[in-house]
Design a protein. Structure first.
Length: 105
């Protein structure tokens, strides 16, 4: 009986851990590249279309950057308490993609 249970546990697929790391690293890398690519365009957009000065535009960019850097704390709370890691990563990726698309127009 125990040998049968050991065989079943050995034949199960391994979940999480290092298997999920390439997806998470690639997702974060692409998000950072997109975010850093938006910063120069965003400051020009704020200055030309909204007629903000350089100081006010820079402050807005700073606050946006701070909010995006602290957002993982909220994501960690939601993941641990309610959603789970894969659903949180999926929602975060989708939300990030939607924000990038809406900021292009």
């Amino acid at each position: 009986m125990r040998e049968e249970m050991n065989q079943q546990t050995q034949t199960r697929k391994i979940k999480g851990g290092l298997i999920t790391m390439p997806f998470i690293i690639a997702n974060e890398a692409f998000e950072k590249v997109a975010s850093y690519g938006l910063v120069p365009n965003m400051i020009l957009y704020l200055m030309n279309d909204y007629k903000f000065g350089i100081a006010k535009g820079t402050n807005i960019i700073f606050l946006w950057s701070a909010a995006t850097n602290f957002a993982p704390i909220l994501g960690a709370f939601l993941s641990d308490s309610y959603l789970g890691r894969f659903l949180t990563i999926g929602f975060g990726s989708l939300f990030s993609l939607l924000v990038m698309f809406t900021s292009l127009s």
